[in-house]
Design a protein around this ligand. Sequence first.
Ligand code: HAM
Length: 421
Amino acid sequence: MTEDASAKKELAAIKGTKDILPGEVEKWQALEGLVRATFELYGFRELRAPVFEATELFEKGTGSTSDVVTKEMYTFTDKGGRSLTLRPEYTPSVVRAIIEHRLDLEGAPMRYYFMGPMFRYDKPQKGRYRQFHQVDIEVFGEKDAAVDAEIIEMAHTLLGELGVSGTETLVNSVGCRACRPAYSAALREAAAKRKSELCADCQRKAETNPLRIFDCKIGSCQEVARSFPLMQDYLCAECREHFAALLACLDVFKIPYRVDPRLVRGLDYYTKTTFEVVSSHLGAQNALLGGGRYDDMMKDFGGPDICGTGFAMGIERVLSIAELAPRARKMLYLAYLGDEAKKTGLELARYFRTNGVECLVEYKDRGMKAHFGRANKLQASWVLIVGENELKSGHFGLKDMATGRQVDGPREELLSLLRES
Ligand code: HAM
């Protein structure tokens, strides 16, 4: 490798991260606009938390037996000696913010959304990155299963707006602290019987949290897990009722779903409802979004006893199959000829921009032909000509690049024309 090439490699973006360049970023902006518009219709408001938090927050929230915490966190010690972690997910941050700012006392509906980067040290592959982006929503203080159904319905509405079709919705109940211990004991017993067939990681999980064996991607472990007892047979009356109510509400919304009794999801905090929306167009990383209920996190953090439910959607995955029309751009290219015209050009550019017209000036000494060549290349909608004659008359030439028609007039008249077209 030449010195130049190796310097370039050293300075390249880190594996598992990506630049989002002009040309692609318009799709992100279109998605972000639709996300805001959709969530605000359901009474959600944006809550922005920091990118890094105390490591304990995720150990306690996401859970010490989850793969995210045991293998995937970007954890570092800062100069003050404190262990910090780049957020691998958003849910614990929202819960922390509610407790810290006592948002529960404000009396406003506790419905929050957020869009931003998350960080997980996993093996990068298609649909799996080390810095990826989520759209996250969380609702607090609603025990009713109707809200679990409502957020699933909201996810469907959003996916519809984004032009994503051909999805499948999987739902399950993972029980609660009353009924899960008996189930975990049954799982532990079942796992112990077939321990030698499990991978080393699952052998450990069999002791720490046997539910996590369902997350293993190794075929032989999945095969063993298929013989395990199911949570559904262990649900307490309250969890059973909650699950039945969830399915009934999904029927009201006419959302098709499939009950997947092994959908435990990879994070430790879920209680009762879990769900995922998957797509067959995505390959191995097929989950577009996932979420569920977590009724104990707030109280486990030492806050008030307030239940939560929510989901997060992976923006990269959704964008890879979304059909989005980026916002149409119309640009005015300002062509000035000479130094005097440049000054007037600057003033004119300011005038048009202040009035909402996208206007580009490039500070190069170009002749008229070169200006038009450049405007063509940039696919400008119009060219505004500012030359010596125009300076004297105060009338400027506006050429429509699609039709080739040119109109001359004072700036106010040209602005009305631009606004009409
Ligand atoms: P999660 O299932 O870990 O849930 O992530 C949600 C979504 O983020 C996934 O369905 C996927 O689309 C995307 N995603 C996850 N990891 C990656 C990655 N490495 N690269 C690209 N995309 C990825 C959560 O994060 C929970 N906080 C969801 C939740 C909110 N539960 C309750 N409230």
